[in-house]
Design a protein around this ligand. Sequence first.
Ligand SMILES: [Mn+2]
Length: 195
Amino acid sequence: MNKIDYGIAVRSLQLECGDMPLVLNDENQCLLVLLDVLGHGEAAGELAQRAKKYIQEHKSLELEKLISGVDGVLRDTRGAVGAFIRLDVATGMVRYESIGNVTMRIIGAESSVFVPSGGVIGYSMPVLEQKYSRLQSGDILLMYSDGIRAGFSSYEWADLWLQSAQDIAQGLLERFCIGDDDASVIALKYGTFFR
Ligand SMILES: [Mn+2]
């Protein structure tokens, strides 16, 4: 049986945070969302919380419907970029969609970067496509906002790989946080890891 270990780290520029990383999992499925409401501060934070509440209340919706719902919640606001992943824990199958510049990467035997769609949730939504990937045992899945330096390479955090998902998320935040925007990281370790 495959296992997951996940961790979340957030750094807010002000008291309220416009980044909203969220992981909701049950026995079979894991929903990972990372929203970055445009701008930061109180107004962005309030929108992020509104979107979070909607996602929590509609977490079982099919992914496109969920994203459309979030688009509805954020309609006529400053909007957000966001990445959405639904992971089938048993098989590692990943269904994903990303609108705007939230990064999703798999680090492992076959590393890859998920392809985002352009657009802004709540403002200019792209046509959503069915996108799939698959996690293999030993893979680390990363999601992070543009408050994190985008193109860091895996050797820059090789010392973090064997740590817990929470320590990886926190370590990446501390190491690669840019500092002029809210920043957030979700790290998920999939399958069996040898320590
Ligand atoms: Mn941002």
